[in-house]
Design a protein around this ligand. Sequence first.
Ligand code: NDP
Length: 243
Amino acid sequence: MPSSKKPLVIITGASSGIGLATARLFSAHGHPLLLLARRLEKMQALNLPDTLALSVDVTDRAALAAAVQEGENRFGLADALINNAGVMLLGDITRQDPDQWDRMLDVNVKGVLNGVHAVAAGMVQRKRGNIINISSVAGRKTFPNHVAYVGTKFAVHGLSENLREELSAHNVRVTTIAPGAVETELLGHTTDEGIKTGYEAWKAEMGGKVLAAEDVANAIHYAYSQPDGVCVREIVLAATRQQ
Ligand code: NDP
């Protein structure tokens, strides 16, 4: 009789926002989880069953690969990696500290590739798996003061589509999720107070009705839960009133 046990799902950036909501949802669907982010206590506080939370910086390729190994040793091979960890440091490109571009490129682009590196060969070998990369509407269109962030998210769209083409013959599905504005901690890391205020005003123009993290988690789970032969390549979702 086949086992009804659900396979392991790995989520990066699971300590807040979209990653945290996604962890709750996949856990409710019975999946064992490997949760990765730097703030261990936030992930442990979720208190989810069959869950290993490890403090990992996704820019540390070796640490990320070791964490995936540890998770798979405990729960079996991963059926999905949700590459969600990201930072958004908005800035006027003529004045922004280039260290902020470095950080976004390291986390949003190299961090995603590090995740791919940790799971892709194993998925190809067993001819099954799902890689779900969280990009943004800012990976399809531009916004004021978003130059470096938009650059990272266009990169996520591009690398994801190429990855999908490379892995499709091996029955590994690759999905890009592109949310509009979501109520999370993301904006809080931007250091330019004027830009932050402007962003809040833009949200207010939508009646304050941006997406909830759970809306994005639902989209991720929808893509994942399609029948084996169906690959949802991209989902773009935003608050109805977002332009
Ligand atoms: P949050 O700031 O709430 O969450 C970001 C997550 O990424 C946190 O768990 C954080 O954990 C983790 N993270 C950041 N840097 C690292 C790192 N170096 N190593 C490991 N984990 C890291 O934001 P969101 O939930 O909104 O963001 C999730 C994704 O969604 C991002 O890729 C973002 O670009 C994307 N997105 C968000 C939108 C929004 O409006 N909120 C819109 C479109 C896309 P910790 O600090 O503990 O390491």
